[in-house]
Write a protein that binds this ligand. Structure first.
Ligand SMILES: Cc1ncc(COP(=O)(O)O)c(C=O)c1O
Length: 482
């Protein structure tokens, strides 16, 4: 008997069952849970079994898949405050199911889906206040930054995509607190990570424009060609937004490509209370926005937008015998790094269509208000320390202090571990100016002010036991709950 790859007459049952599993997950995300499911022995056994050669029941397979996800760290849960989380927006997940079912490839003209991607590029640009002429949706901020900086390299050293950089000495500039995807791009583009100039920051942790000018002038005097300046619009460490307008002035003066890495923070340009932080954004040559961070849609959905489509064509276009160019039309693959590409933009498009832009502006503003709330609460709290400057976006580094505690860094490092084991909230650590901080970040539309109150209570109650650094699991759980 030959095996089949169709679900056949079980298709509807499988679909109904999957819908039930999704509905259960969404209902569970409405409130945080206090106790997380352990990876059961049965699950562990299933996850170490050999390749199945024969078919098995689809409903049972779906149940196992859901059980694995349920026992995993889901960033969509409202008390996940680690790193820069995401929310798995419901309509975004539905859009993914549709997009994956049709499995359209955006490489060449795919018909209506290509138009939709173009519209989504325009909508996203409009949302953040950037006059995007072209762009594409990528797998993440890392790839968006790489894409933009490849275009910057070709602009700075025309023909380098063909000839390589040869003996041309080049450099890139960003703040010391830029995301390391910028360094990785320099490594991959042959610029070299040693040629990334880390520009010091000011008291607000923003790139210092005067020191940027000095670095550029020194390089020019030494015969080094500047490739790009990267502004970070929301640093990963503290959420600071570089002064884009001042940096744009510097770029204009020296004729250098300006890229804005807003992977995390740029959605806040679409919220009234924070829009002013991004003044000058419209002057950037390219920008990165991760919609799978603060636009709440599921991974992967980043976007790289540019004002000049020719810069992308000059960098990525190829003429290959198997790639049709009807009527000299530009294919998506002529302006992107990837070839086969799913319709990632559908989730943002559907999210804007169903909820409207205002719902996003308000959700982002709520996260920023939550950050201010935590900052103010810490200011009143006898045992919580905060940074001297208010959060610009939604990251609020905090430290727990215990009188007489000999090593505050070790205490907070241990506290982070204890928080993760406890499981009521999830917070990741960060090293700021050589010291260990807890670094809550709010990028989830499900988070409430009560969740922040609980964060404070849990940090304080676990932190008060400075003497005991023993990692004790609460209720025998492994603490992945958020
Ligand atoms: C400022 C910034 N740029 C780039 C990235 C990389 O984005 P991704 O993880 O989507 O590749 C991050 C990730 O946190 C980031 O914060």
């Amino acid at each position: 008997m030959s095996e089949t790859l169709s679900l056949g007459e079980r298709r509807q049952e499988a679909l109904d069952h999957a819908a039930g599993l999704v509905a259960r997950a969404w209902a569970e995300f409405d409130q945080a849970r206090d106790v997380e499911t352990l990876t059961s022995t049965e699950l562990q056994r299933a996850l170490s079994s050999p390749l199945p050669e024969r078919a098995s029941d689809v409903v049972a397979g779906l149940d196992t898949a859901a059980a694995v996800l349920d026992a995993s760290l889901a960033q969509a849960r409202p008390r996940y405050f680690g790193y820069i989380g995401s929310s798995g927006l419901e309509v975004g997940a539905l859009a993914d199911l549709l997009a994956h079912s049709y499995d359209i490839n955006l490489a060449i003209d795919a018909g209506a889906a290509s138009l939709l991607e173009r519209q989504a590029v325009g909508w996203l640009g409009e949302f953040v206040g950037y006059p995007a002429v072209s762009g594409s949706f990528t797998s993440g901020g890392t790839v968006s930054n790489l894409t933009a900086l490849a275009a910057a390299r070709e602009r700075a050293v025309p023909g380098s995509r063909a000839a390589g950089l040869g003996g041309v000495r080049v450099a890139m500039y960003c703040s010391v607190e830029a995301h390391y995807s910028i360094t990785r791009a320099a490594e991959l583009l042959g610029i070299g990570r040693d040629q990334v100039r880390p520009i010091p920051i000011d008291g607000d942790r923003r790139m210092n424009p005067a020191l940027l000018v000095e670095a550029i002038a020194a390089d020019l005097a030494a015969g080094i060609t500047p490739v790009a300046v990267v502004c970070t619009a929301g640093t990963t460490l503290t959420g600071s937004v570089d002064r884009i307008d001042l940096i744009a002035d510097v770029c204009d003066r020296f004729g250098i490509w300006l890229h804005v890495d807003g992977a995390y923070g740029l959605p806040a340009a679409g919220a009234a209370g924070t829009a002013a932080l991004f003044t000058g954004l419209d002057r950037a040559d390219s920008i990165t926005v991760d919609c799978h961070k603060w636009m709440f849609v599921p991974k992967a959905c980043s976007a790289v937008l540019v004002r000049d489509v020719q810069s992308l064509i000059a960098t990525f276009a190829h003429d290959e015998a198997y790639v049709p160019h009807a009527d000299d039309e530009i294919n998506a693959v002529d302006v992107t790094l990837e070839y086969s590409r799913p319709v990632r933009s559908l989730k943002l498009w559907l999210a804007f269509t169903v909820h409207g832009a205002l719902a996003f502006r308000e959700a982002i503003a709520r996260n920023c208000a939550q950050a201010q709330f935590l900052y103010d609460e810490c200011g009143r709290h006898p045992r919580l320390q905060r940074l001297p400057t208010r959060p610009q976006l939604s990251i609020v580094p905090i430290r727990h202090l215990v009188p007489g505690c000999p090593d505050v860094d070790a205490h907070n490092a241990s506290l982070t571990e204890r928080l993760q084991i406890d499981g009521r909230v999830y917070v990741s650590p960060a090293t700021i100016d050589g010291h260990v901080w807890l670094r809550p970040c709010f990028t989830n539309f499900r988070t409430t002010t009560d969740d922040i109150r609980l964060l404070i209570d849990v940090v304080d109650s676990l932190g008060n036991d400075c003497e005991s650094h023993a990692l004790v699991s609460r209720n025998g759980t492994h603490g992945l709950s958020v």
